[in-house]
Design a protein around this ligand. Structure first.
Ligand code: BMA
Length: 329
């Protein structure tokens, strides 16, 4: 039952799973406060789904723990201890925890690249780790200094350079989405603004950030991003769509005006931080078209919504406008 009913005429691109929330603190094999904002990937020949969940302990510090399922919906097997813990001895930038992972399989490296928020006294920053099996990780340390988060790598190079989307914030400026480039995943530069937060009354005024990693389609890189609107009773986190050029991802081909997914179910509206849907991962089902969007709901639980990738792209082509910059609007 939705807490906030939708008019029947509204086009819905995503459908909530009836079993939501699919993972909660009650499922966890050890005591935790909340489980949310998971990165997602399908592994190996069986296509098993792995969610790397942000788990907040009862101090308030987050770590990452893997949950695996054959069908991506039920029968989750959860690691019985944290899979990737903050390591503030070697990485002081992780003193207050590690959060919100995004996972990308990178064929050239034969490994997954996990980008995550490393949180400490100096603020949130982007860190990067490599893994083959989500049991051992090679940390590469900071990729972007604070304040920066919501980062994911593209799975291949562009003109010889790796590319990362991320969301720096500085001073009074709103949080926009940027691209930066690297020859070696260590040294980043060539910064370009790709998608700007809008202003005023817009649903994505103030702050935006990448949600799952970019999804490659024949039409371009599908960008599912979150937008934050500040209201008298707090922030509302919703989800919108954009498309970047396949060969030059600094070029925003289309961006939709309307948000396409927002807090509506009770588990999205009530929790540690109400009115938040926050996807960090998406996978494709065996039919090659059903997108499974995994998201944190109200910073408390993990939920699943599905949609047709081809319908999502078709809707964006029908409703999007060129250009990612706010001055275009
Ligand atoms: C963002 C991130 C997310 C969180 C969201 C809502 O800034 O910190 O981890 O889900 O706020 O609280």
């Amino acid at each position: 039952m939705d807490a906030r009913p939708q008019p029947p005429s509204q086009v819905e691109l995503f459908e909530r799973h009836s079993g939501n929330p699919i993972l909660t603190a009650e499922h966890w094999p050890y005591p935790v406060n909340s489980v949310f904002n998971p990165g997602a990937v399908r592994l190996g020949p069986d296509g098993e789904t792995l969610l790397l969940c942000r788990v907040e302990d009862r101090r308030g510090i987050s770590h990452l723990t893997a949950a695996r399922s054959a069908d991506g919906v039920t029968g989750w097997r959860i690691d019985d201890a944290p899979t990737l813990r903050p390591d503030p001895e070697r990485h002081p930038e992780e003193l207050w925890g590690i959060e919100d992972p995004r996972i990308v399989w990178v064929p050239e490296l034969g490994r997954y690249v996990v980008t995550y928020t490393a949180y400490s006294r100096v603020g949130p920053a982007v860190s990067l780790a490599l893994t083959e099996d989500f049991r051992t990780f090679e940390r590469m340390g900071l990729a972007q200094p604070p304040e920066d988060k919501d980062a994911a790598l593209f799975p291949r190079r562009f003109k010889g350079r790796w590319a990362m989307i991320h969301r720096p914030v500085s001073g009074a400026h709103a949080g926009h989405m940027w691209l930066s480039f690297s020859p070696d995943l260590k040294h980043w530069g060539g910064y370009e603004l790709v998608l700007e937060a809008r202003r005023g009354a817009w649903w994505d005024a103030g702050k935006i950030g990448l949600s799952p990693p970019p999804i490659e389609t024949p039409e371009g890189w599908l960008i599912i991003y979150h937008g934050v609107r500040h209201t008298a009773s707090g922030a509302i986190y919703r989800v919108g769509l954009a498309l970047l050029d396949l060969e030059d991802p600094t070029r925003c081909v289309l961006r939709a005006d309307d948000w396409v997914f927002g807090p509506r179910a009770p588990y999205e509206m009530v929790g540690d931080v109400g009115d938040v849907v926050f996807p960090c991962g998406a996978t494709l089902a065996d039919d090659g078209d059903t997108l499974r969007l995994y998201y944190g709901a109200a910073d408390t639980v993990v939920a699943l919504a599905t949609g047709s990738l081809s319908k999502i792209v078709a809707w964006l082509k029908a409703h999007g406008r060129p250009g990612g910059q706010a001055r275009d609007l």
